[in-house]
Design a protein around this ligand. Structure first.
Ligand code: P6P
Length: 335
């Protein structure tokens, strides 16, 4: 089938815009520009190893993580494209320890929070990685406020990711549907390949780093054992799939039906995954697709962030599976 029969990302975004008579077109332009950033980043990701962009920069980021060369390329691409879009007033990146404000004469109505290259520790091993983004409307047209950035994920206007996998897939939601587009590199356009994605009700896949078991809260091992207990001599009903790249694990689970867990560490009570740049956008997508996302105790989208780099435990997948994990967590707390 020729790509001409598929809706393009821009056509899809504009159709969505026509559903909102009061829309100014800025969000449409912003989402389209994020798609452009994805094209720029994927062009470099696809060349890793051919040109000297493997490895790290020798720098560490605010998270104390080694900055990979592609991290820096992805960060610079997102910042410059968003800055020039004239749709953004401020942005925050997982890689930065401060908010990036756009000069007033170029500022738009939106705030974008992003992880420029999630899973970047996997780059040298050629494992899928991706850019994750979250879009909010600013509160005040004349200044960027703290509450523009530090706000619960339920206020998101849009969220999505660009997955640099076997193909480059742009997935986004504005709250009504979740739609996936595949980049045709020969044409330079994203085409709608999975419209109105729904998360399967049953999780046939389980994604978790089992080597962290000594650090799991007490409810996690019993929950994992109950999931594995679905398999018996007659049939295997659940299988492990975990690549250690959240955006890749999430996308596969969204399409095939799976539950991803990264529980908080029982030694510190802190999670690893970032609320603003990873958990909120994926939680918005999961819920829009009929799934759920929780810390194990509360809805991810209801977290009131206190800092740019707040972290949390995460359980994300089919609603029934997330509810079951929460039941185990409550029982472990004796209530
Ligand atoms: P661990 C990648 O660094 C990341 O932030 C997520 O993409 C991924 O799910 C997680 O960390 C993997 O962490 O501790 O299992 O290596």
């Amino acid at each position: 089938m020729s790509t001409q029969t598929y809706l393009t990302l821009t056509q899809h975004i504009l159709r969505r815009q026509r559903e909102h008579p009061d829309a100014t077109g800025q969000l449409s332009s912003l989402l389209t520009q994020i798609g452009v950033a994805g094209k720029l980043i994927q062009a470099q990701v696809r060349r890793a190893g051919l040109v000297e962009i493997w490895g790290d920069t020798g720098q560490t980021n605010i998270q104390g993580e080694t900055v990979q060369k592609l991290d820096r390329i992805a960060e610079d691409s997102m910042v410059e494209v968003l800055r020039r879009s004239e749709c953004v007033a401020a942005m925050a990146s997982e890689e930065e320890n401060h908010v990036i404000e756009v000069p007033a004469d170029m500022a738009g109505d939106y705030v974008v929070l992003f992880d420029p290259l999630d899973g970047s520790t996997n780059i040298d091993g050629n494992v899928s990685i991706g850019t994750i983004f979250s879009v909010y409307r600013r509160h005040d047209p004349n200044e960027v406020l703290r509450k523009d950035i530090l706000r619960p994920g339920r206020e998101q206007i849009a969220a999505g990711y660009i997955l640099y996998g076997t193909s480059t897939v742009f997935t986004y939601t504005t709250g009504s549907t979740v739609d996936c587009f595949t980049l045709d590199p020969g044409v330079g356009e994203y085409f709608l390949t999975r419209p109105r994605v729904r998360m399967p009700d049953k999780a046939k896949l389980l994604s978790i780093n089992e080597c962290n078991e000594p650090y799991w809260p007490s409810w996690v091992s019993p929950y994992i054992a109950s999931v594995k207990g679905q398999n018996d001599a007659e049939k295997r009903r659940v299988s492990a799939r975990h690549v250690g790249s959240l955006v890749s694990d999430f996308h596969r689970n969204l399409i095939e039906g799976g539950t991803f867990l990264y529980p908080e560490d029982n030694r510190t009570g802190r999670g690893k995954l970032r609320v603003l740049y990873e958990c909120n956008p994926l939680a918005f997508i999961a819920e829009t697709a009929g799934g759920a996302a929780s810390t194990g105790k509360k809805r991810i989208l209801d977290i009131e962030p206190e800092g740019l780099h707040d972290r949390t435990g995460l359980v994300i997948g089919p609603s029934a599976e997330v509810a079951e994990a929460e039941r185990f967590a409550r029982e472990a707390e004796g209530r």
